[in-house]
Write a protein that binds this ligand. Sequence first.
Ligand SMILES: C=C(O[C@@H]1C=C(C(=O)O)C=C[C@H]1O)C(=O)O
Length: 169
Amino acid sequence: MFTIPSPCLKNWLLDTGSLTERLQSQCTSFHLTLVGQRQAQITLEEFRRVSAPNQELNLEEWQVREVLLWGDNQPWVFARSILPQRLCESDFVNLNTKPLGQLIFNDERFKRMPFELTHMSPSKDFLEKLHIESEMKLWGRRSAFTFEDLQMTVSEVFLPNSPAYQEMK
Ligand SMILES: C=C(O[C@@H]1C=C(C(=O)O)C=C[C@H]1O)C(=O)O
């Protein structure tokens, strides 16, 4: 078990509202960049979290979506979501740079499950790509959402300049 180092960080990690909306309230200009969205290699662990019992892993049934959420031109959150292909062809069609939260939090058919929290030391490659010098430990969370008979996961990592670490600077 681990201790979350600040009440501020704990509040961000466990906030069940739309992270997009909360980040937007903390900056003048918010934007989202799409790192990628495609039928790609989901890990076995990710598959176990979203699949139904006895479901076979078929990569064509899932999309991996990775985005960066920026506040005042600072990368604040990296998010990786595992989305059912069926949702990508219906409710999430042409999502592109529209934040997933705008769809999820305005549709009561999406039900959020409890958060899983984690902390990590990001790879040098990941930090270099984002021109982040800080080597601090990063904290993140993952939650699964159910939608009718489907499940999806949203994982979010708070990056060093995000307001989640405000009190720790
Ligand atoms: C789930 C939300 O959507 C945000 C937007 C995401 C996207 O567009 O891929 C991913 C993670 C979230 O931070 C949210 O706003 O809380």
